[in-house]
Design a protein around this ligand. Structure first.
Ligand SMILES: C[S@@+](CC[C@H](N)C(=O)[O-])C[C@H]1O[C@@H](n2cnc3c(N)ncnc32)[C@H](O)[C@@H]1O
Length: 284
């Protein structure tokens, strides 16, 4: 972060960095220190938070915003050690928060029907230690996988240091995400699931599969949709299949500006993202 609080996400191996406030030398300095640029400006070397990383990562589709992710995590009461099924993966932003919430003892199985999106998400998930480098995406075309693996191997062989670095990094990750290519409306293969989270256009087509895959004692579902019509269809499907505690919410977040002049809400805000529906499966 520079002294104007502008942030840059740098790889650990980067040795120098420069912007209009000058050049800094990052060799032998640790996160948590203050560095001066060659022309006397201050830079703060910080460990990025997950949110910093998610904001900067490459995306194929619009990702869920923290306000909506927060509602899903808290209203569903997601816990360490739980097993979550998610669809669609998209860019993997929600996957990252789900995987961190269930931790090393839990897992997230994430379905995506478009291989190109799943491959981009794989890079994002790799970068935060949720899948190992080159981890297979279940159901990805073999030909596609071969080309990618060959490229990975060539990169590794070309650079011994990379192998050592990768091994070191692999000690620190959670590695609790499994990626799958598939249309989840055709079925959920996993059983005894604690939570199913759907961010896709027609979640009502998954509700019956969800009912059959959720743990009867504990299973919950969360659905995120941008339109009211989608929310209505989803709620109708949940009720038809006997889900309990069906609740629909929308979350609005207003920033508050606190200055010497006074305190007031920001005049700009995000007006709408989507509706979140949470429910739990009925024991039978
Ligand atoms: C809005 S995006 C999800 C964004 C994601 N939650 C994130 O935070 O990055 C919706 C994704 O669902 C995928 N999708 C749509 N229908 C699907 C289905 N039936 N099965 C699996 N994935 C599906 C789309 O290809 C798309 O990538």
């Amino acid at each position: 972060m520079d002294e104007r609080e502008k942030k840059y996400l740098l790889k650990k191996e980067v040795n120098t960095f420069g912007n209009d406030l000058g050049v800094i030398n990052l060799e032998d300095v640790k996160e948590g220190s203050v560095i001066e640029s060659h022309n006397g400006h201050r830079f703060y070397l910080l460990e990025p938070t997950l949110y910093d990383i998610v904001k900067k990562m490459k995306r194929s589709v619009t990702t869920l915003l923290p306000k909506d992710i927060g509602i899903i995590l808290t209203y569903c009461g997601i816990e360490d050690g739980e097993t979550v099924v998610e669809a669609g993966t998209g860019s993997g932003a929600l996957t990252i928060y789900l995987a961190n919430a269930v931790g090393k003892n839990g897992k997230v199985i994430t379905y995506e029907k478009r291989p190109e999106f799943a491959k981009l998400a794989r890079k994002n998930l790799e970068s935060v230690g949720l899948i190992k480098k080159g981890q297979k995406i279940i159901g990805l075309d073999e030909e596609d996988e071969c080309i990618e693996n060959k490229e990975n191997e060539e990169n590794r062989e070309n650079n011994k240091e990379n192998i050592e670095k990768n091994l070191k990094e692999e000690e620190n990750g959670l590695y609790n995400v499994i990626q799958k290519i598939g249309d989840i409306t055709e079925g959920v293969e996993e059983k005894n699931i604690d939570l199913i989270v759907l961010d896709m256009p027609d979640p009502w087509n998954v509700v019956e599969h969800a009912k059959n895959s959720l743990n009867r004692a504990k299973g919950r579902i969360a659905i995120y949709v941008p339109y009211m019509e989608q929310a209505k269809k989803s709620v109708e499907a949940l009720k038809k299949h006997g889900f309990l505690e069906v609740q629909t919410v929308e979350s609005l977040v207003r920033n508050i500006e606190i200055t010497e002049k006074g305190v007031r809400p920001s005049t700009r805000m995000i007006g709408h993202t989507g509706y979140i529906i949470c429910a739990r499966v009925r024991p039978e």
